[in-house]
Design a protein. Structure first.
Length: 372
């Protein structure tokens, strides 16, 4: 009797899913499907059938007198540190999560309008959003609510590291161990993946913004000069390295002398920047080691053979792969176009939802996401 009941229940589940699948196919004719890499530093938007259509800094400029958005993206980033008191340029994403809900809503509204362009759909779009590994239910709910409030019909979430692995065409659905280190703007995710799931993971705040802060603090301590965030980022891009370089690099930096209060120009070298980044890189290396130590031996064997895959803006730091190889004794591969790996992976998931639907999660719901 129980087996008959189970069989009937399974048939009902299959029938329900088929009906849901059919209904979503009908709705997809009247709406767009969009994937968003909602990053701390940059936000990328992928539209089904079109590819990545938006790549903008995650910055919004707001007029506090009128509570209106003045600029979003690149235009707003140019205003950082250069606005009058009544206009503030803010980053609504801090550490990979929403820090200013209302400003994030405005940014998403702008991005969704641009993504849909002149072909605005009858129904709201279905949206996949990449989130860091280990975010809390409250944080994922905030992402979902902010996206839905700006017109999304359905919102699904995917771990950014999983999306990056898909974007690099790694065999994450197979029973082999794959290690991905995603060094973004606000967070770094270190994950081991096998058979479409995360086996071990660790998220930490050692990422691009932390590197900028390290450089700012170092120059302030060593040279007694205060510089802004944009200047620190420029120094990181121009001089940043994880290991000594064959040819020394240097650049001139302008800031305010903290003793006299007057403008001052100094020369900063790649050695200075390396010293500034060393403590944060040590924490990153220790975190990678910690994840490997907790990974089952068979998967560690796979990782030793196939290597560690590094993506995100931090992957562009000179000599980072060599530094990780030296400490972990494992091959390290920098992903192709590491800045867009998460967005490309989310786009692949969007285009092949029937294959990758098990990678998606919906907050506070035990239902499987609908197939395409």
């Amino acid at each position: 009797m129980s087996s008959v009941f189970i069989l009937a229940e399974n048939r009902h589940t299959i029938r329900t899913r088929m009906l849901k699948n059919y209904w979503n196919k009908i709705k997809s004719k009247f709406s767009n499907d969009i994937a968003i890499d909602l990053g701390t530093a940059n936000t990328l938007v992928y539209v089904r059938g079109k590819g990545i259509v938006i790549n903008e800094p995650s910055v919004v400029a707001v007029n506090q007198k009128t509570n209106q958005v003045v600029a979003v993206g690149s235009a707003a980033k140019e205003m950082l540190g250069r606005t009058p008191q009544h206009i503030i340029a803010v980053k609504p994403m801090v550490g990979g999560v929403i820090s200013d809900f209302e400003v994030t809503e405005e940014m998403l509204a702008y991005l969704l309008r641009r993504a849909e362009g002149g072909s605005r759909s009858i129904l709201g779009p279905r949206v996949i959003v990449g989130v860091p590994a280990g975010v809390t239910n409250v944080e994922t709910r905030a992402v979902r609510d902010a996206t839905e409030s700006r017109g999304a019909r359905e919102v699904f979430l995917v771990d950014e590291a999983l999306a990056a692995a898909v974007g690099m065409r790694l065999p994450i659905k197979e029973p082999v161990g794959t290690m991905v280190v995603d060094i973004g703007g606000g967070t770094s995710d270190i994950v081991v993946v096998s058979m479409g799931g995360i086996v071990r993971s660790k998220g930490l705040k050692i990422a691009g913004d932390r590197f900028n802060s390290d450089i700012t603090n170092f120059i302030r301590a060593e040279h007694k000069v205060l510089i802004g965030e944009k200047t620190a980022e420029s120094v990181k891009i121009a001089l940043g390295s994880a290991i000594p370089l064959r040819e020394a690099l240097q650049t001139s930096v302008r800031g305010r002398d903290i003793i006299t209060g007057l403008p001052r120009e100094i020369v900063v070298t790649d050695s200075d920047v390396r010293d500034a980044l060393a403590p944060s890189l040590d924490i990153l290396l220790e975190s990678i080691r910690e994840v490997l130590e907790g990974t089952p031996p068979e998967l560690v064997s796979d990782i030793m053979r196939r290597g560690v895959h590094v993506v995100g803006g931090g992957a562009l730091l000179r000599g980072l792969s060599e530094l990780i190889e030296e400490h972990m004794k494992i091959p390290v591969h920098i992903g192709e176009e590491p800045l867009t790996a998460v967005a490309r992976g989310a786009g692949i998931i969007l285009e092949r939802l029937d294959e990758f639907s098990d990678l998606l999660t919906e907050p506070d719901s035990n239902e499987l996401p609908p197939l395409a």
